[in-house]
Design a protein around this ligand. Sequence first.
Ligand code: DGL
Length: 274
Amino acid sequence: MGDIRRLPIGIFDSGVGGLTVLKAVRERLVAESLIYLGDTARLPYGTKSAQTVAAYALEASRRLVSFGIKALLVADNTSSAHALDVLRAEFPGLPVIGVVEPGAAAAAAASAHGRIVVGATESTVQAGTYLRSILHSRPNARVTQLACPLFVSMVEEGMVDGPIAEQIARHYLDPLFSGPDAADCLLLGCTHFPALTPLFHRLLGPGVAVVDSATTTAMVLEDLLALRRLCAPDGPPGSVRYLATDAPERFARVSRTFVPWAIEPSEIETIDLG
Ligand code: DGL
């Protein structure tokens, strides 16, 4: 048997937004090779039922596991919220981590007074996983879940600043971040929202912590790999392989909003999960 430490890490998302998590992993775990799968044929997941999201997540994860991976990272918040237990049961022995627990722990630690807003997709809000996870870390927190579906389309259109983006952000955030009882922390519970971080900082001001789960998730992954003695040996930067279930041109174009390097359509392998 080969050296298991040299196997890649599988990263799964409903589409392109999970590249924010891939970026954080690449920055922190330079020697690791990564296989990223975006289920672009079936996105968005954020409007779908728990059963559908779990079924899709399972299919995508099975495909990644079939390539021979040493760990599975679920970058999609909606799948992390609904399907982590299902995936852990399906792949016993394989380290499976999602973005919800690391993000929730980071928000619980960053919030000054425990007044936390979780911005997420509708389906993630329905799951309530962020809410339970934050209360687990900080039982006295006041947690408000906020479905912000327009942010997803806005970011995919590259509209991350300017008057329209600002008006939509105000529509969602003003009611919760104004007045004497205003929240003091915004947890970005969706892959797409980190692209709006500068806008959120500008609108919410320095008194509000804006927490992104990607960096914390990469730290949790690093710890888990170290614990299981699975870290890639030191060496040159690992490779990255991109898979999508549809529309590689769109994947390549939209990726520019999420990562600073260019991904060409020719680098993206189109696969069928059906
Ligand atoms: N990746 C999804 C999430 O983080 C957002 C896009 C979608 O709804 O599929 O929840």
